[in-house]
Structures are given as structure tokens and as C-alpha cells.
Design a binder for this molecule. Sequence first.
Ligand code: PGA
Length: 233
Amino acid sequence: MLIVLNHKMNLTVDDALEYQRQLAQKTYQDTVVVCPSYPYLPLFKGPNYQLGSQDVSAFAESKHTGEVSAYQLQSLKVSYCLVGHSERRTFAHEDNACIQAKLEQLLEHDMIPILCIGETKQDHLEHKTWAVLERDLKAVMEPLSLENRKKVVIAYEPLFSIGTGEVLENDQIAEVLTCTKRFMKETYGIDSMVLYGGSVNDKNFHHLKEIEVLDGFLIGGFSLQITELQKLL
Ligand code: PGA
């Protein structure tokens, strides 16, 4: 399984150093990817886990004050990067064109994008989940080459489950993951890796793990509790 830890905008530098110290102590059966804030990336070094970024610039050229390029992330030995997280889509107004450009940047620099997709509560209640996901997937996958499409990991995160404790039933999550895999297979002929994210914690982890089509988790808030997290891993 792939277990991605999204720290969001948390931790001081001392907290990050302590987190890294604890994370580096254990060996993990699953592939663990830690995504700290940009300034802490150089503090995290495996070899028992992989380094991920929470975001990347959509631009290649340097005239973008405040941004961090794929080229720079690559030089920091980052192997994975979240793209299109709902918090970026909402607060930074990222659209599919911007997300597509970020995917291209990452793939050009040999990093694995973790593409986040999900529906709003309203979409969910109006049974529009798959329509929304298919639209967003097509918009960013279509322009990629076949080789690049194969490298993208997809993370399904219902927006109303992020940080809320409201988790869908296993069969509902399984249905979306199955549709996603089927879409990728039938449209592009590839077997995509699909993760689930949204309020994953030590109480629901084992239950969610029973979802057969699941390839891993994207964990936000709970990932900060390193001691409890290590018990699970
Ligand atoms: P959460 O966040 O686990 O705190 O719900 C998940 C995410 O934002 O990726």
C-alpha cells in the first residue's frame, strides 16, 4: 500500500525535526510518503520513507516570486507531489488547466503526481459524484502522453470528508474507486493506483483497509500524531 502523509501548514521547525527523527526510526511494510511544508523538505531524508511535496509551481521559468518549481523539488530528492488538493482548488482557485500544467511539470522532472479529485456535498447528494470526477480526470489526463498517464496516482477525497470526521460507507468509497479504475482502464488502457483520503485515523483505518480495490491512503490531520500513526503502520 501507499500511505501518503499530508502535513498541510502544520509544525514548527523543531516539531518537524522531532517528527523526522521518529519517522526514521522504524521500518514500514507499506511505502510511506511524507509531505511536509516546503521549508522543511530538506529536513526529511529516508531511507525508510519517501519524500513528497504538497504542491508545485505550474511554471518552469523563474520569474514567479514565492513559487517552488518542479526542478527545485527534484533537486531536493522529492519523489511524489500532491496536485489539485481540494484546499488548493478552493483557496488558491486552481482550475484543471493549472493542475494539468503542474502534472506536466512534475512528470518532466521524474516525480510521481498524486492527483486529488473529489466531489462537494451538494454534488454527492445530487448523485453527480462520477460526473464531476470524470470531468476532472479527463481534463487533466487527456493531454498527457500514455507513458505519463501511467505514472499518475489518483487520490479520491470527498470534499466533505476532509478534516470533518464524516466518512462515507466502505461500499460507497469502493464504488467510486472502482469507477475510477474502470475509467482509466477503458479510456486509456492503464491500471491506475487509487488512494482514499478524508478523515482517515486509527479508529477507521482497519475498516477502510477492507476495501479491496484500495491501493492506499492520503492522511491529513491524523498524520501529525506520529506515535499513534506508527502503531498503525
Ligand atoms: P484529513 O485530510 O485526513 O485531515 O481529512 C486529508 C487531506 O487533506 O488530504
